[in-house]
Design a protein. Sequence first.
Length: 440
Amino acid sequence: MKSIFKQIIVTFLTVVPLVKIHAQSGIEISFDSTQKISRNKSEDKIYPVVFSAKLGTYKDSGDYKLMISVSNNSDFSKKYYKLDFNEKKFADIDEKDKTKNIVYLTLYKDSLEDRTRTLILKLDVYKSGTLLKDSVNKGKFKEIIINVEGSKVVDSLKSFSYLAYVGTNFDLVDGIKAKNLFFATNIFLPPLKKGAVGMHLYLYGNRTMTTTDTTGNIVRVTKILKTSDTTYKQFTEQSTLVRTTVSDNIGAYVSPIINLWSASSRDNRLQLYYTPSLEFIWRRTNLTSIYTNDKNIDSTVIKAAIPGNVDFESKFISNVNEFAFKFGFIGLTIVHESESKNISVRIHMCAGYSSIYSPFVNAVTKGSATTSTISSGYTTTPDIFFSGRTWITEGVTGITLQAEITNTLKYPRPFYGVTLSKAINFQNLGKFFQPLTNRN
């Protein structure tokens, strides 16, 4: 009987300390979950990382502390971040409210594009300055992998439907040169379902390329000198005429967008639409005429009375305002947008009836001399026109290349235009009108 009682006492004295040791080993410190964050190109970003803790009987122990650090397995450089946490005593950890247990991670701004990198945070438990084995902490997430995406481009396009453009025109006469401001607004809303009708609205201001024509062997009168009351001397020369024409245009274009059976399916990589159009253009044309390479100068005495001497300049500059209305009853538009929305290509071809309103010239003849005067009235010139436009827009930067050509059949007058611009979402237009001190 005494031996049984003694065995019970020995067992009790052995089991109780083991139970106590097991109770004291209940440390559970864990991160909540993985995170995905990104850098910003214009400002530093601060992200909170939360952890929860159950410390058991070690809650008030002064020998235990928690350390959070960045693992050596991370591939994110130290110069791009700051971790606002070094160590924390168990007595300072809140077990009930985990929102008070926060690690602050600061990512420094970076304007350069970069691939996604990983930042690994780890939890370590120390006792009296000695790192304890990983098995002591029973937490679920003792390491957390934070995916750091490259800096986001703030002005990247989310859609190609509502865009404004600001850029420059190119003149290819004397080589590739950027000349004059180009601006435009483009609203493109394709039909969303079968039987529906979309809309394309395009407002623009551009300058078409300079055209230069050269004509040789031009005989012209350069000077008239009065020699008497009944005679005068007329000087003529043989020259080369160089004419340079450049036009500034302000236009408005509107068109319905109509599906063409399965060719307009949004599942296709290329969509084809029927797009009849109406377009109005106010065109201001500058014409410069220069006579060069003068030779074979001659003079002739003519019997006639003139009021005085006349000198004819070798350079003439004129500006003409024209108004064009175009009814494009034959119109097709081809659209391609990549699945990732990083490129947009639109090609528009159109033909139809045009009516051009331009100042008319009255020829007034007096004796043997003929003079021309420009009347304040306008004349209408009907014609058949054909035109083509292409837009290529890169979705991340908004860089847009546009080319266009238009001409008429009966009275050919070709106009060419090439522009390079930046497409901007309408919600970002306000940034251009902010004071410089408010821009980031």
